[in-house]
Design a protein around this ligand. Structure first.
Ligand SMILES: CC(C)[C@H](C(=O)O)[C@@H](O)C(=O)O
Ligand code: SF4
Length: 409
């Protein structure tokens, strides 16, 4: 019987052939926790009687969500993480290194065909390179820290075929918002998603990460981009399903129909085409996050803002997804272009995406953002309104002081 990607990866890690619906124990290849979840996971691990984690080379901790520490309480949690990493001899990424999901791929902790758990919902990002990676709670992570194993009910899979060329000015974020608009915020709950088709195989790694990361915005357990066309710095075996695999649902999308997409307040599946939205005035523009804070995203913004100045009423803030992304953008002149345009660079990390610090909006303000969630209060103020879109959409709004179609600029 043919297998989907997730059935194949789970089978390998369970040492037996399994299919959707079956419950099994699997070995894990790597574990990750951030400063939001690691302190709880460490406590749970200790409460379970844990002394040493199952394999010190198979875990990383990342200080990224509130980094550098905005207050004394969080500074103490960061210290606790440093201490634990030190005593366990596990890798710790500290202030400014970057967002956990970016670091997992950039530093090759995640590889095609592996099974990885992260105590963060956007762990599904590594599906961009054919990894089965999924977000778990701190207690489940602690169990895996102890045993190197976890249990899983093999998910069913939704296949999304996207074919054809993209319109000019349309990017990976528009594709994934379009998909979230169709599937809905609970439309893929506990399912895996596979993204296939010629549009996907033409995408860069950065773009693939954008799409995989937002799989959780449909409730998915994992989101795989078929690895056809994927290029990595190392040799790898492609991660593809069998031709006779069974899917729960198949969605066919003609990429040439996708225009610039925007998720309007207060849900990522509240998706509209840009033409359906008024030219609303904005106060703050943010480019960053594990969804859209990479070099390709900064380039898209720089293309629009080169030799221009953001609107005087707009604050443009940018948090590169990692120190490497920042350095690459310094070296190729992108940081200078954006800084001259009026952008303020933040340290690499989550910052405004999750509202912990660095860019909390004021009351009744309108924010355009390249991130993945626009729930009420997401950026730290329930009285503000967040519009999600591509980096080009954010840069265009920052330039004009209002929402405008980036395809027409
Ligand atoms: C704060 C953290 C637990 C959370 C998550 O799990 O996703 C955050 O990263 C997010 O994006 O909402
Ligand atoms: S950048 Fe945002 S979405 Fe990504 S891990 Fe950080 S808080 Fe979560």
């Amino acid at each position: 019987m043919g297998q989907t990607i997730i059935e194949k990866i789970v089978s390998i890690h369970a040492d037996k052939e399994v299919f959707a619906g079956e419950l099994t124990v699997v070995n894990v290849d790597f574990l990750m926790a951030s400063d939001t979840t690691a302190p709880l996971a460490i406590k749970a691990f200790q409460n379970m009687g844990g002394v040493q984690i199952f394999n010190a080379s198979k875990m990383a901790l990342v200080i990224d969500h509130a980094s550098p520490a905005p207050n004394q309480r969080i500074a103490s949690l960061h210290d606790m993480m440093r201490e634990f990493a030190n005593e366990q001899n596990i890798k710790l990424y500290d202030v400014g290194d970057g967002i956990c999901h970016q670091l997992m791929i950039e530093n090759e902790h995640a590889k095609p065909g592996q099974l990885i758990l992260g105590a963060d919902s956007h762990t599904c990002t590594y599906g961009a390179i054919g990894t089965f990676s999924t977000g778990v709670g701190s207690t489940d992570l602690a169990g895996a820290m102890l045993t190197g194993q976890t249990w899983i009910k093999v998910p069913e899979t939704i296949l999304i075929n996207i074919n054809g060329p993209l319109q000019p000015g349309v990017s990976a974020k528009d594709i994934v918002l379009y998909v979230v608009g169709i599937v809905g915020i609970q439309g893929a709950t506990y399912d895996a998603i596979e993204y296939a088709g010629s549009t996907m195989s033409d995408l860069s790694l950065d773009s693939r990460m954008t799409i995989a990361s937002m799989s959780i915005e449909m409730g998915a357990k994992a989101g795989f981009i078929h690895t056809t066309g994927l290029e990595l710095a190392y040799a790898f075996e492609h991660v593809l399903p069998d031709a006779s695999a069974t899917y729960k649902r198949v969605i066919d999308i003609d990429a040439s129909q996708i225009t610039s997409q925007v998720a309007i307040p207060h849900s990522p599946d509240n998706v509209k085409s840009i033409e359906e939205i008024d030219e609303i005035e904005i106060n703050q523009a943010f480019i960053g996050s594990c969804t859209n804070g990479r070099l390709e995203d900064l380039h898209a913004a720089a293309n629009i803002l080169k030799d221009q100045r953001v609107h005087p009423k707009v604050r443009l803030i940018i948090a590169p997804a990692s120190r490497k992304v920042f350095l690459d953008a310094v070296k190729d002149g992108t940081v200078e272009i954006l800084t001259n345009a009026g952008a303020t660079f933040l340290p690499s990390g989550c910052g405004p995406c999750v509202g912990t610090h660095l860019g909390v909006p004021g009351n009744n303000e309108v924010i355009v953002s390249s991130t993945n969630r626009n729930f009420q209060g997401r950026m730290g103020n329930r009285e503000s309104n967040i519009y999600l879109g591509s980096p080009a959409f954010v840069a265009t709004a920052a330039l004009h002081g209002k929402i405008k179609n980036p395809q027409l600029i």
